[in-house]
Design a protein around this ligand. Structure first.
Ligand SMILES: [Zn+2]
Length: 366
């Protein structure tokens, strides 16, 4: 099913207009109420030795608000501080993966089959034909749909907070879809899964330690936990500063170095079988940085949370012209990303890491 660009633009303009009053009301009292009080200790290790790692804004949706990432001087954990409240998270996630943002993201996520295949394949040496797999933070279930090609006998379930998981079950991408918070649902799923995956999920969590404990609970003894998260030690994170895409403020609340995650998994009774840095690297850092920078200086696209009148024809044309003029730079950045990708792990440029860990035999003691 296709529709013309003009028709798409008209649909978007109507959606934006319909959403505007709601956003205006939400923002009438400013954004302070979206934040918890600033904490003075590290949520990972409790140390009070913190330093500011990054100050930034919402560079993707351009919703109002300023965000700070702190780093623990003792364990190097990076976290949003002050952190968003539940209401704040709802406000900043709204229309990103669902609603207004869904049409655009759907096409992005829909074309990542090669990435999903790589993720699924990484489990094969440790479990050739798992009977059951739970993908936590599954979104619209696209990973499971692809992984099924490699593991045709496996039953794939997915869990997520958003309605995408229900659609994924209806469309058959998931055998079962669970909508809700994983730590709250875990007791009902106790001991059910041979494999449990969390792809770029833990960094969105308010309490990663609770998520890991929930994973231990949902896995069978001897089951496998597969985790992929952005690497805050990535060299690009320092080189590109706020323009490094995986900072993804305000969504990423906790970014843990691999050593921290390994240690916590050990404490929970997991044995880490594999740590990879090259394979999970997503070669988009330079392209994304150029794009974010360009998008920050260009006139804004209309959005329901932006103050003032919708952009007129001249501003829209200027935006188009800027992106067109910058096209060669974007192409060069994308090429460089590709060229450097094979060396990402060796040069410390890899923007993510993957861990596979086996749950100990015997019952978990939460
Ligand atoms: Zn710490």
């Amino acid at each position: 099913m296709t529709s013309s660009p003009t028709r798409k633009a008209a649909v978007r303009a109507a959606t934006v207009a319909a959403l505007r009053p709601g956003y205006r009301a939400d923002l009438a009292d400013g954004t302070d109420r979206f934040f918890e009080p600033r904490r003075t200790d590290c949520p990972w290790c409790g140390s009070a030795r913190l330093r500011v790692r990054l100050r930034t804004r919402d560079l993707l949706q351009h919703k109002p608000g300023a965000f700070v990432l702190d780093e623990c001087r003792d364990c190097a954990h990076v976290f949003q501080n002050p952190r968003l409240t539940g209401r704040g998270l709802e406000f900043y996630y709204r229309d990103f993966y669902d609603g207004l943002g869904e049409q655009r993201l759907g096409s992005v996520f829909g074309t990542r089959a090669a990435v999903y295949r790589g993720r699924a394949r990484s489990v094969a040496p440790f479990a050739a034909a798992p009977s059951s797999w739970l993908d936590v933070g599954t979104g619209h279930g696209h990973f499971c749909e692809t992984a099924r090609e490699l593991f045709p006998g496996t039953s794939f379930d997915g869990l997520d907070l958003s309605e995408g998981v229900e659609l994924a079950e209806q469309n058959g991408r998931l055998d079962r879809g669970f909508r809700g918070s994983f730590p709250e649902l875990a007791p009902k799923l106790a001991g059910q899964y041979e494999v449990l995956s969390m792809f770029h999920y833990l960094e969105h969590s308010t309490d990663p330690a609770r998520e890991l404990a929930a994973a231990r609970e949902a896995l069978r003894p001897g089951g496998l936990l597969l985790i992929e998260v952005p690497d805050p030690h990535c060299r690009y994170a320092r080189l590109l500063g706020r323009w490094w895409l995986p900072w993804l403020q305000p969504q990423h609340l906790n970014l843990m170095p691999a050593a921290n995650l390994r240690r916590r998994l050990g404490e929970l009774g997991f044995e880490v079988l594999l740590e990879q840095h090259g394979e999970p690297h997503d070669p988009v850092d330079l392209l994304a940085a150029c794009w974010l920078l360009l998008d920050a200086v260009a006139p804004r696209e209309d959005a329901p949370w932006l103050p003032g009148a919708p952009p007129g024809r001249a501003r829209r044309a200027l935006r188009g012209a800027l992106f067109l003029a910058a096209a060669p730079v974007l192409v060069a950045a994308a090429l460089l990303d590709r060229l450097l990708a094979p060396f990402a792990a060796r040069t410390g440029l890899s923007n993510a890491y993957r861990l596979i860990a086996r749950a100990a035999e015997g019952n978990p003691n939460p």
